[in-house]
Design a protein. Structure first.
Length: 496
């Protein structure tokens, strides 16, 4: 074989090996199935093990390409060949070397102190490639930069790091023009933009949308917000032009199409309020599109909860001559009320079907009522929980039938009966001096070795919450609660 062919073949083999290593490295970075990665990495290593002897034998004779065994030219190192062919850099010469300096270039509005505060790689620390990659990721996640280029200079004493960054535009000021009813402080709070935040068309338009929603919540339904400055490239001063319009208030609320329920009852189901014939003209009656939409959903849930599954609710708004007062009309299409054809229970073994049926409020040939269905699910869960089936799952399902009827099926997954192996007390607080026995005395029959009753657990929680020892206000922290943990999770529970 000619020497040139030999060198060419060696180069081709090296490229094949490099690509294989690069492919394995790529898949490893993509974090696919570890078993797949392991097999691919083995494949690459096998190729490496078998390629090396083949390369050594291509020159003929024992020593190498030359007749005397000396190389014909100075070839690059193997790791350099791999890197040039598209493979990963096999070793990092900077590893565990002292960082002499970290220099930031290209930053304009973001201070060097701010950038370095986001990094772990700093002067007088040892260089770590993984930590440095995390630093670059952290800088990108800050949203302050759209490009970061690192450069390294190695010396005998250590390594100098230079980061060339390109900043994303940031907000330098936020101004509002035209607002009278709402001050700048409130607008700046609700728009979500402040000096130093990343600036771009999407963030500025989103801020304008938030301002419109804020005005509508306050009754300014015709408010308009325009972006005067901040949408064009390079604009960092954000200016909003606001046209507030009048505050719209509800003078009267009417219902059309309701037959089954009186207007007074339906008014009690919604949160929007009218002027009550002028008694509350300027109190609690601001017109909010979001509130009106929520009221439609409340009315629809009320109707469907009573079996009007085909009910529809819409609304109409009319203005008086001044444009300040609106007349809100809810348009209702009730449809027929569904009745119950059959009630079925499935999955029960501990209790007979007859025993459970005697507890139910929902009966055949009666109008459907969601509150009764909720009650039935709760009472079945309680009778099972009282006997230690604390993880019993009860689900009520509806099967819609022709002629405005439904079947109700209660599916029961009983599970197992559990006894308490241990009762552990965990008390949080800056001054958690309360003894565990004080808590245990309020747990009733919840004791180690006894069947765990969900009814006893609820009673115990009520006694703990009713005591003046522990916090019972959810706004000040979690109120006392009793949790049941399976044996495989119990080691994670705190003790005292």
């Amino acid at each position: 074989m000619a020497r040139g062919d030999s060198n060419g073949t060696r180069w081709q083999n090296t490229k094949i090996l490099a690509r294989s290593l690069a492919w394995s490295f790529y898949l490893h970075r993509r974090v696919v199935n570890p078993i797949v990665i392991k097999s691919l990495m083995k494949s690459s290593l096998l190729m490496l093990a078998f390629s090396s002897p083949a390369i050594a034998q291509m020159g003929g004779g024992g020593g190498g390409p030359g007749a005397d065994g000396t190389p014909l030219f100075n070839e690059p190192k193997f790791r350099d060949r791999v890197y040039e062919a598209g493979g990963p850099q096999i070793a990092d010469s900077k590893a565990d070397r002292l960082i002499l300096s970290v220099i930031i270039e290209g930053n304009r509005s973001v201070s060097e102190h701010k950038i370095l505060s986001l990094m772990q790689s700093r002067a007088d620390r040892l260089y770590d490639r993984d930590a440095f990659h995390r630093d670059i990721g952290e800088l990108y996640r800050s949203g302050l930069f759209d490009r970061i280029e690192p450069f390294f200079t190695e010396t005998s004493e250590g390594v100098h790091i230079r980061l060339v960054v390109r900043e994303k535009p940031t907000v330098t000021s936020v101004l509002f023009h035209g607002n009278q009813a709402v001050d700048d402080k409130q607008l700046k709070k609700h728009c979500g933009l402040d000096v130093g935040d990343p600036c771009g068309p999407s963030s500025v338009n989103a801020a304008a949308s938030r301002l419109i929603e804020y005005y509508q919540d306050k009754g300014f339904n015709n408010a308009d917000v325009q972006v005067v400055s901040g949408n064009a490239p390079g604009q960092r001063d954000i200016v909003f032009k606001i046209s507030e319009g009048p505050v719209e208030r509800i003078w009267d609320i009417k219902f059309i199409g309701n037959v089954a329920f009186e207007e007074s009852l339906l008014k009690a189901k919604i949160k929007s309020r009218d002027a009550r014939y002028g008694v509350t003209s300027y109190a609690f009656n601001k017109a909010s599109p979001e509130s009106i939409s929520d009221d439609k959903e409340r009315l629809l849930n009320y109707y469907r909860g009573l079996g009007y599954f085909d009910a529809r609710v819409d609304h109409r708004i009319d203005y008086d001559e001044s444009g300040k007062w609106i007349y809100l009309t809810f348009v209702v299409s009730e449809g027929k009320r569904y009745s119950i054809r059959n009630v079925e229970i499935a999955g029960n073994q501990f209790y007979t079907t007859q025993e459970l049926e005697g507890l139910l409020k929902i009966k055949s040939n009666q109008p459907f009522n969601q509150a009764y269905k909720n009650y039935d699910e709760r009472i079945i869960r309680d009778v099972y929980g009282e006997k230690g089936f604390i993880f019993a799952d009860i689900t009520g399902r509806l099967k819609y039938l022709p002629n405005d009827q439904v079947d109700v099926l209660y599916s029961i997954a009983e599970g197992d009966v559990y006894r308490a192996s241990d009762v552990r007390v965990h008390i949080d607080g800056d001054a958690a001096f309360t003894k565990s026995n004080v808590v245990r005395n309020r747990l009733g029959n919840i004791r180690p070795g006894r069947i765990i009753s969900s009814v006893e657990m609820e009673n115990g929680e009520r006694r703990l919450q009713a005591s003046t020892i522990f916090n019972s206000n959810a706004a000040d922290g979690s109120p006392p609660r009793i949790e049941v943990q399976p044996p495989d999770e119990s080691d994670n529970f705190g003790t005292q």
